[in-house]
Design a protein around this ligand. Structure first.
Ligand code: URA
Length: 433
């Protein structure tokens, strides 16, 4: 057998050539085994950034990545079709945490692997860990037990699930090769495929607080992920959703958990509720319930209104070792940020606010740092609201006054106030399938 000629693959991609599935499988397998050095993989990744991968190459790359680790089959174990939802990452995005108990309360199992915060975006695992006692390090047995007993379980990705993605992601992060549609699509979808989802609803965020800044870019990413899913025999649809402003009002781990409970109680911010209804309806319509999206939406609404989803939340938190009645971590300093002008709020920039929350300690500035679950920002006013100079527009929850002072300016800079009324854009911009 001839040895893998990595240099030839790098040259071929550099010059705009196409790889065969067998070549991609070999490259990724050898890289995961440590036989292809990081410098060659970096050169290949950069060639992909410039030249791209076609649909067949992107699918082959994804499948090669999946094959480097274990794959789960929760649907087989439960005798059910597994539906999963994935967000490409945003600010204040706690949608998965609201949806899991709703979908479970509607009789559809949720078995989900989630991630931690990335850059200015928050992560589902960090948010769950704000709940006293809650464990996200579940063994496969615990994960399935939890799914069987309460209908939903969310855990961290185990080391043996798509190890190639872990290696590639860390390399991309430091070689300027994160921003490539086929690489992002393969990274995300490899984890969804390995997790065993039969149907996947993708929430592709668009705007300043998202990795895709424009709707055109988001469409390309959504279509690339849909194409991978289809190629691997899964059902996939995508919602392109607004991320110029944060989703909901709370940014920061424990603060977001409070907002999750608000929505499950039938309260909570309108934009988050809109997305929960839309994504929840897609999930149920793709499940084995055999209902259409209108009926699915009615069931989502009923799960909240009847209290069934809130009850399921309590059972779920207990099943993963958490105490749903325990007080959540609370920051010692809560400082109001006041409007610097009168008018209507036109912009609350998601990227700026996400970064401000990270600087308070809600996210990480260095790898593997602990997060402060108590801190963050709560928007008292949102885009479209009318404000008068001096009104409280946001509350900064901080460890101390020094942290507050530094972040107050960022929050003020994120907010644009104009002289005439503003109609906020809807949350769901487009659906693709
Ligand atoms: N999220 C992922 O899991 N991978 C990427 O490449 C980007 C976002």
């Amino acid at each position: 057998v001839r040895e893998l000629d990595t240099v030839a693959l790098i040259r071929a991609k550099r010059d705009g050539g196409t790889h065969t599935p067998a070549q991609l499988a070999e490259l990724i397998t050898q890289y995961a085994l440590g036989a292809v050095p990081d410098y060659q993989m970096s050169a290949w990744l950069m060639a992909v950034c410039w030249r791209g991968l076609d649909a067949a190459e992107t699918l082959a790359l994804t499948e090669a990545m999946v094959a480097t680790g274990v794959t789960l089959a929760p649907g087989e174990a439960l005798g059910r079709r597994i539906v999963d939802k994935h967000s490409t990452g945003g600010v204040g995005d706690k949608t998965s945490l609201v949806l899991a108990p709703i979908v479970a309360a509607c009789g559809v199992p949720v078995v989900k692997m989630s991630g931690r915060g990335l850059g200015h975006t928050g992560g589902t695992l960090d948010k769950l860990e704000a709940i006293p006692g809650m464990s996200i390090d579940l063994s496969l047995d615990d994960l399935m037990r939890c799914a069987r007993e309460v209908g939903c379980a969310i855990a961290g990705q185990t080391a043996d699930l798509v190890p190639a993605d872990k290696l590639l992601y860390a390399l991309r992060d430091v070689t300027g090769t994160v921003e490539s549609v086929p690489l992002i699509a393969a990274s995300i979808m490899s984890k969804k495929l390995a997790g065993g989802a039969d149907a996947i609803v993708l929430d592709v965020k668009v705007g300043s607080g998202a990795f895709m800044r424009t709707i055109e870019e988001a469409r390309v990413l959504a279509d690339a992920m849909i194409s991978i899913g289809r190629g691997a025999g899964r059902d996939v649809c995508a919602l392109l959703t607004q991320m110029d402003r944060p989703l909901g009002r709370a940014i920061g781990n424990a603060l977001e958990i409070r907002e999750v409970v608000d929505v499950l109680r039938g309260e909570g911010p309108a934009d988050l509720i809109e997305l929960v209804h839309a994504a929840g309806a897609e999930l149920l319509a793709m499940s084995d319930l055999g209902i259409d999206v209108d009926e699915a939406r009615t069931r989502v609404e009923h799960a909240i209104a009847s209290g069934a989803a809130l009850e399921r939340w309590h059972a779920w938190v207990r099943a993963q070792g958490g105490d749903p009645e325990a007080a959540l971590p609370q920051a010692p300093v809560v400082h109001p940020v006041r409007a610097a002008a009168s008018g209507w709020i036109e912009r609350m920039d998601a990227w700026t606010l996400g970064n401000a929350a990270v600087h308070l300690g809600a996210g990480r500035l260095v790898k593997n740092a602990p997060v402060d679950h108590a801190v963050g920002i709560v928007l008292e006013r949102v885009v479209g609201d009318r404000v008068t100079t001096g009104d409280t527009v946001a509350l900064v929850h901080a460890r101390d006054a020094a942290a507050t002072a530094a972040v107050e300016q960022d929050v003020l800079a994120a907010i644009e106030i104009v002289d005439s009324p503003v109609a906020p854009a809807p949350v769901v911009l487009e659906r693709r399938a």
